[in-house]
Design a protein around this ligand. Structure first.
Ligand SMILES: Nc1nc2c(ncn2[C@@H]2O[C@H](COP(=O)(O)OP(=O)(O)OP(=O)(O)O)[C@@H](O)[C@H]2O)c(=O)[nH]1
Ligand SMILES: [Mg+2]
Length: 256
């Protein structure tokens, strides 16, 4: 898992040598489905299933975060029903990102709430894009990430690892670490299957609901101030008034 463009699909392609793995080459996010890839790990002899997921901050307009959460949950419930646990979760983050913005925080928040604290020890936070920073800069950011944004995950037992996209061994090392972990269920699986919650009432679902509420509130406020502006406008300013009314119309549609 991880934000769009952090190198999830590239990692899977490198690991599996599977050229059907689609890798993005522009600013648009690419992966929109949960996709499963298989590989045989020659070192351990294990058959491994690697799962690619879309990030929650997708820049596309055709898929919402809610739809993404549904797809991921559907996959996880299928696994749960087949009594299959997860060995590990890899969370991708670009070490080259100078800031940890709103989108990145929201993505991590969703991830945390999907997993639940019991699964933190099964997490690898994998930093990518080391070729885009100096070693010094990268190490400084890594420390920052460990102590702030991923602090609780690290305290809960997650491991930070670095990925070099030019080396398949780098990807295999992540797998080797994950194979040593005790398989686990995720919080969202247990919330739905054991506590009988509906998706909207799971911890991850609630994060999305809060997000929707926040956007709605912002729109409502904008609408209110736009209304005031239109009311106080002089008759003479017909064209501007028309423009504002169109804006209001648009906002109302968005709100609906
Ligand atoms: N410089 C550099 N580029 C990378 C690295 N990893 C991936 N890329 C490039 O970044 C772009 C996005 O990579 P993807 O693997 O498609 O990213 P993704 O996480 O699957 O993105 P979504 O499918 O949109 O969620 C591609 O052009 C990759 O070639 C890296 O470590 N360094
Ligand atoms: Mg992808």
């Amino acid at each position: 898992m991880g934000s769009t463009g952090t190198g999830k699909s590239s990692f899977i392609q490198l690991l599996t040598n599977n050229t059907s793995v689609k890798i993005g080459n522009n600013l648009d996010s690419l992966t929109s489905e949960v996709q499963v890839f298989r590989l045989l790990d020659h070192t351990s002899g294990h058959n491994i299933v690697v799962v690619d997921t879309p990030g929650f901050d997708d820049s596309r307009s055709d898929i919402t975060d809610t739809a993404i959460l549904k797809k991921i949950t559907e996959f996880l419930l299928n696994q749960y029903d087949e009594q299959r646990k997860l060995n590990g979760l890899i969370y991708f983050h670009r070490v080259s990102d100078p800031r940890f913005g709103g989108q990145a925080s929201r993505n991590v928040k969703m991830f945390r709430n999907l997993c639940g604290t019991n699964a933190y020890r099964n997490i690898v936070v994998l930093t990518t894009f080391w070729d885009r920073v100096s070693m010094e800069e990268g190490l400084m950011r890594e420390e920052q990430l460990k102590s702030t944004f991923f602090g609780d995950i690290v305290t809960g037992g997650a491991r930070f690892m670095r990925h070099d996209r030019s080396s398949q061994l780098s990807a295999l090392q992540v797998i080797a670490h994950i194979l040593m972990l005790a398989p686990t269920n995720l919080q969202i699986q247990e919330e739905i299957r054991i506590e009988n919650r509906i998706l909207e009432d799971t911890s991850a679902g609630l994060v999305l609901r809060e997000e929707v509420e926040r956007v709605l509130e912002k729109h409502r406020q904008e609408l209110a101030s736009l209304g005031k502006e239109i009311d106080t406008m002089k008759q003479s300013n017909e064209s501007l008034k028309k423009e504002l009314e169109e804006e209001r119309e648009e906002l109302q549609q968005h709100l609906a």
